[in-house]
Design a protein around this ligand. Sequence first.
Ligand SMILES: [Zn+2]
Length: 61
Amino acid sequence: MQMYEAAELRKKWDSRPCSHPHVVSEYHRGTKTGDYVCTTCGDVGWGKNWPTEEAQHKLKE
Ligand SMILES: [Zn+2]
């Protein structure tokens, strides 16, 4: 997914809660940024499993 598409998704999603069921590689034009984007809400994180790590982090708090 392109960076601008992720930005559009984030705008549309409007910070509602999301369980990030599916993430894909983020691209800036033809280049991978190394980040992964949630296809539902457009949230971006480092590494394919960031939604899982984020969920575990929330449980600990
Ligand atoms: Zn999400």
